[in-house]
Write a protein that binds this ligand. Structure first.
Ligand SMILES: [Zn+2]
Length: 368
């Protein structure tokens, strides 16, 4: 079990369910979990446990080929357009009635089925009652309305966002140093894919330092606020480049598949672009939230050292609360520059500890 599910990080409950299911598999499983929670890796491992002649040893040729998605009885079906198309649903039905090529089962993994949309009715019968040698593993980020009826015909297994501890442990196991692993895990929003990207991002330490230093550069003037906020936003923007690169590659892959299918345009092109804009926005918001957490850490350090001296700490506490409120407001507030400027104007300068002027005494700038 350990080796077989080694790629599925921090999903002990789901892995235990899949492990138990492999002993007497039913016709269809629905794996529901947010992006980066390990659905596809879980599907590969589960397929290996069905295709392995030793009940899922994780070592034999069947297991290795299933885990590499090269086993002929493991078919991963990916959509060619923004949604699953009806002709793709028919192709799935055609594949479902085939006999396994090598072993007892064939496993059909259907990816992105929260996007099943209009293709759902064409698949219901097949998913409900495939030949006994076919097992479906359906992956979805959430239970979209069009997916509900299909879901009622499947055994459902939920994957949760991965805990920061589990992510950090996995990154360390992959050779990432302790501090980077912790920072990347905390900033990943429970996503293994994002945690890996952040851990391999050489700019992460410098960006964290920029956010931690920002409160020291505030001197109560609008000029300091403007330059600090501009810099922070520019550094958040720079982190979008790898994601933009991946999106360009995805559009190119869709375009070449469309050309091969004899289509002149990418089907669902505008939906893909809309999804890309949402991804960019979410990434940016995550990055700003990550930075604000680092900034709050600076005030938390002040709070700890000030309270050790017995001096008033209310100003530091209010600063931390204002930062937390700004982080929570990011989702609702499309104007990030205004939001951050408003925050920075109200924050007290985090003077060096050795100077030790507490806020609220000696003319601090903080206004609640
Ligand atoms: Zn095996």
């Amino acid at each position: 079990m350990g080796a077989l599910y080694a790629d599925v990080v921090g999903q002990d409950l789901a892995v235990a369910d899949l492990h138990a299911a492999a002993r007497a598999p039913v016709h269809a499983y629905l794996l529901v979990g947010p992006p980066g929670s390990g659905k596809r890796a879980a599907a590969r491992s589960f397929a290996a446990s069905l295709l392995c002649r030793h009940g899922g040893c994780g070592q034999c040729a069947d297991c290795r080929r299933a885990l590499a998605e090269t086993h002929p009885d493991l078919v991963v079906v990916e959509r060619a357009a923004a949604f699953i198309r009806v002709d793709e649903a028919r192709e799935i039905t055609r594949m479902a009635v085939r006999s396994p090529l090598e072993g007892r089962y064939q496993v059909l993994v259907l990816v992105d089925f929260h996007l099943v949309d209009k293709a759902a009715p064409a698949l219901l019968k097949t998913i409900e009652e495939p030949p006994p040698t076919t097992v479906f593993v359906i992956l979805a980020e959430h239970l979209a309305p069009a997916l509900v009826t299909i879901a009622s015909r499947c055994a459902r297994i939920d994957l949760l966002p991965v805990s920061a501890d589990a992510l950090a442990a996995q990154l360390r196991a992959e050779g990432v140093d302790e501090q980077t692993a912790r920072e990347a895990a905390a900033a990943s929003g429970g996503r293994m894919d994002r945690a890996r990207l952040l851990a391999s991002d050489p700019g992460i330490t410098a960006r964290l330092a920029r956010w931690r230093e920002a409160p020291r550069r505030l001197d109560g003037t609008g000029a300091a606020v403007a330059s600090v906020v501009d810099e922070l936003l520019a550094s958040a923007d720079a982190t979008l480049e790898p994601l933009r690169g991946r999106q360009v590659a995805e559009l190119e892959a869709l375009a070449s598949r469309a050309r091969m299918a004899g289509e002149r345009a990418i089907p669902g092109h505008s939906e893909v672009q809309a999804r890309h804009r949402r991804e960019l926005r979410r990434w940016r918001t995550d990055e700003l939230r990550f930075g604000l957490a680092a900034m709050a850490g600076t005030y938390r350090d002040r709070l700890v050292s000030t309270s050790a001296t017995g001096r008033p700490t209310a100003g530091w506490i209010e600063a931390i609360q204002a930062i937390q409120a700004a982080a929570a407001a990011l989702d609702r507030n499309p104007n990030e520059a205004l939001l951050l400027q408003g925050l920075a104007l109200g924050l007290p300068p985090a003077v060096p500890l050795e100077v030790g002027v507490p806020p609220g005494a000696g003319g601090a700038h903080f206004r609640a």
